[in-house]
Design a protein. Sequence first.
Length: 69
Amino acid sequence: MVDREITEKDKAKAQGCLDCPVCRRARAKQKGIFYWFVKHVEGGVCPNCKAYERVYGRKAHEPLSSDSA
């Protein structure tokens, strides 16, 4: 995989993923129809989800932090 430089456009699109109610709920709940949709469908189609993965290094359905311990 070729590492791309993260641009301001990528950061703006990643912010769109952070603001998306579907992706936000999938990250928060980690179950249900929104989670399934983002994991199996939207992550491969949505440019915001792809930018989120490039900027943050994790899939759009994965939780924001692992501080739950």
